[in-house]
Design a protein around this ligand. Structure first.
Ligand code: ACO
Length: 427
């Protein structure tokens, strides 16, 4: 079977044969299709990139119809069960799981870069106590860029990796300090004897220093949530990181841009919306009326549906199980009963079945975060911390891809044709 596409241009009667590779045609192959020699050539129009692959990537595989998610070939369920977040971050960045020696060296370099410049504390003081922690995260990432001027040398592998390590190591510190600042609590410095998530929990919640003990169940739960959120191929924030990085800006500002994209309620803010919705429903007996209102177009069932998954989001399955472990420690989140009943009813309702609407990653994660003591504003920050490893892997892959250049989409101009300037007195 020839891997080609034959296109006939009915404007000219000419036919063209275009190669198909990986189920894709190259948009630039369309440029040979012209009405005459002066014609620019045919372009494809794809607002919101609904059907355009912007890169080749060997990092994350996602099959939304089958509900499959794999990092570097490893099923997400196996990684969530057997791996750790730092091991997964290494896998995403390097393509292979580390051996014992590599993992020890990796953990050591992350652990020894957790401290941030004291000046950052002063920058933090510039914010009001009620500033959204996500806005602060965006600003702190950009601020770090001003500390590390060599980060612009993105073509030098050693320097690039040094900053990758710094960012992964410092994300929990800056997130925890933003949290402490909003509560008016003193900052807790990193404790390099603790693991990645244990250290994060201590920096967040430690009050009387010698007494604070990281609960191993909560530490593991957070680690699993970090694994599940580490990458999700070419989503809005990852595309922002790649786009900004394609100008060879440093990784701090590329990640500030990615975090800014994640900040939006259509992207990283849905778990917060789920909690607000569950609270608004209030009790199990109100669910049928709520479902009816959704079916009549009065709002959405938040935490359901996904642009890519038309099946149960595999991450949601893992999180649902995880919730039981967390609630054993923290006590049951009373909103869980509403969530479980809502899911049961929605999954048996024709409206949701027909539209292939299933729970997504955000349906249960907020309940866990809330039970662990996080305010809702921190939820997108908890998403950004592990996603940093995905953003950095994708950014680095983009820089090493010889086919990539500065990202620069085309447009279809719909404005006025040329006209002469009219002096203000004559308008
Ligand atoms: N509740 C009720 N109906 C829904 C929902 C929902 N959550 N999601 C989609 N639908 C309906 C739409 O109204 C539409 O119905 P119609 O065909 O009768 O018009 C149909 O299902 C198809 O929906 P689209 O809007 O075309 O789906 P799209 O892929 O554009 O949207 C999205 C995906 C944005 C995630 C959507 O499902 C949604 O808003 N869900 C709720 C918010 C949410 O949970 N977001 C988190 C996503 S996961 C993440 O970003 C990490």
């Amino acid at each position: 079977m020839p891997e080609t596409l034959t296109i006939t241009d009915n404007r000219t009667g000419k036919s063209y044969e275009i190669s198909i590779a990986d189920g894709t045609i190259r948009a630039s192959d369309l440029r040979q299709i012209k009405v005459d020699a002066n014609d620019f050539g045919l372009m494809s129009y794809d607002p919101a990139f609904m059907n355009t692959a912007s890169c080749k990537s060997s990092i994350t595989y996602l099959d939304g119809d089958a509900g499959i998610l794999r990092y570097r070939g490893y099923p997400i369920e196996q990684l969530a069960e057997q791996s750790t977040y730092l091991e997964v971050a290494y896998l995403l960045l390097h393509g292979e799981l580390p051996n014992q020696t590599e993992l020890a060296a990796w953990q050591h370099s992350i652990t020894t870069h957790t401290f941030v410049h004291e000046f950052l504390k002063r920058a933090l003081e510039g914010y009001r106590y009620d500033a959204h922690p996500m806005g602060r995260l965006v600003a702190f990432l950009a601020t770090l860029s001003t500390f590390y001027t060599d980060a612009k040398r993105v073509r030098e592998p050693e320097i690039r990796m040094q900053h990758v390590v710094r960012i992964i190591a410092k994300m929990p510190t800056i997130a925890a300090w933003a949290f402490r600042h909003s509560l008016g609590r003193p900052y807790v410095y990193p404790n390099n004897d603790l693991g990645y998530c244990g250290n994060f929990l201590a920096m967040l919640f430690q009050i009387a220093e010698p007494k604070y003990k990281v609960n191993p169940v909560l530490e593991r739960a957070l680690d699993v949530l970090f694994i599940l959120h580490a990458d999700h191929e070419q989503n809005c924030s990852t595309s922002a990181a790649r786009g900004v990085g394609s100008a060879e800006s440093d990784p701090y500002v590329a990640l500030a841009a990615a975090s800014a994209a994640l900040y939006g309620p259509l992207h990283g803010g849905a778990n917060e919306a789920v909690l607000r919705m569950l609270k608004k429903i209030g009790s199990v007996k109100e669910i049928p009326a709520f479902i009816e209102s959704v079916k009549h177009g009065d709002g959405k069932l938040m935490g359901f549906g996904h642009r890519v998954y038309k099946n149960y989001d595999p991450r949601a399955k893992v999180i649902k199980k995880l919730a039981d472990d967390v609630f054993e420690v923290t006590g049951r989140n009373p909103l869980l009963d509403i969530a479980l009943e809502l899911e049961k009813i929605a999954l048996s309702d024709e409206y949701f079945i027909k539209r292939k609407l299933y729970p997504n990653v955000d349906f249960y994660s907020g309940l866990i975060y809330q039970a662990m003591g996080f305010p809702v504003e921190m939820f997108p920050v908890l998403f950004a911390i592990p996603r940093a490893s995905g953003w950095l892997s994708q950014w680095s892959e983009m820089l090493d891809d010889p086919e990539q250049k500065i990202s620069r989409p085309r447009q279809i101009y719909t404005g006025t044709d040329v006209r002469n300037y009219v002096p203000i007195a004559k308008r």
